[in-house]
Design a protein around this ligand. Structure first.
Ligand SMILES: O=C(O)[C@H](O)[C@@H](O)[C@H](O)[C@H](O)COP(=O)(O)O
Length: 261
């Protein structure tokens, strides 16, 4: 299934389109099951989700928050209220902005107590602890590690989740959640989905905006041989439907024909 690219002039339209995509897959998941299992990334995605799920009142009215199970496709090993925490970002931009009557979703976070010492401070790299955090997070994954939707970003180097170009985690097949202690993008300690989880998803959507993304999108869509992590996800042949939601500047000069969602 070749990836679909949906492009818009305005950032608000990108967000609204992502919102409609989420609702479509939420409704499909709830037709056949009891919960909607979604995984989120960090970075600029938080703002997109706020625009889509909070600010757009039509979309907001369709979100069945009480049926959502929210995971993070990667997470930084920092306290949950730390400015680098992907959960913290989602919490401050989305969860905290939900009206009081809304039943909150079930959100799966890392075990914060393993990140900080007794003094509440972030501890130095401790590989055993990081492995424990990753294994604990893996034990909370949905049955069969099956996600209805995984939302991803694409870094300027082509990384996605915390899977970086050339890193040995790209070959990880036995662990569903792996830890990384040398992330080139700070902070260095993180956990991340591995390829077996990405391959098994029903749908994956990348969100990428701004002219800064154009060189890497050109590489992903025009260089058949590149082994960039985002390209490997883009080319998955395991039946997962991959989409990109971009603004026009992110695909300026890229040889693709976008559609409208
Ligand atoms: O925790 C993280 O660092 C993210 O999950 C990471 O994979 C992000 O999605 C990309 O770096 C794109 O980030 P932007 O959307 O901010 O460019």
């Amino acid at each position: 299934m070749p990836a679909q690219v949906y492009a818009y002039a305005e950032s608000n339209d990108v967000a609204n389109s992502v919102g409609n995509y989420i609702i479509k897959h939420q409704n499909a998941a709830l037709q056949s099951g009891e919960t909607f299992k979604i995984a989120l990334s960090g970075g600029s995605l938080g703002k997109v989700l706020k625009k889509a799920l909070i600010d757009n009142k039509d979309i907001a009215a369709e979100v069945k928050w009480d049926k959502w199970e929210v995971y993070f496709s990667d997470e930084r090993l920092v306290p949950l209220d730390h400015e680098d925490s992907n959960y913290g970002l989602f919490n401050s931009l989305v969860l905290k902005n939900l009206p009081a009557h809304i039943v909150l979703p079930k959100v799966y976070t890392i075990d914060e107590s393993l990140v900080t010492g007794k003094d509440g401070q972030v501890q130095d790299v401790d590989l055993e602890k990081d492995l424990e955090i990753a294994s604990k997070y893996e034990s909370n994954l949905p049955k069969g590690a099956k996600f209805d939707v995984i939302l991803l970003g694409c870094g300027p180097d082509g990384h996605t989740c915390s899977l970086f170009p050339g890193h040995n985690l790209l070959n990880e097949r036995s662990k569903l959640i792996a830890y990384i202690s040398d992330s080139p993008k700070p902070p260095p300690r993180r956990i991340t989905f591995t390829f077996p989880v990405l391959e098994n998803a029903t749908t994956i959507a990348f969100v990428a905006e701004g002219a800064g993304k154009a060189p890497i999108l050109k590489e992903i869509f025009e260089n058949k041989h590149t082994k960039l992590p985002s390209k490997l996800v883009n080319d998955l042949t395991t039946g997962v439907q991959v989409s990109w939601f971009v603004d026009n500047s992110a695909i300026e000069g890229v040889g693709i024909v976008p559609s409208k969602y």
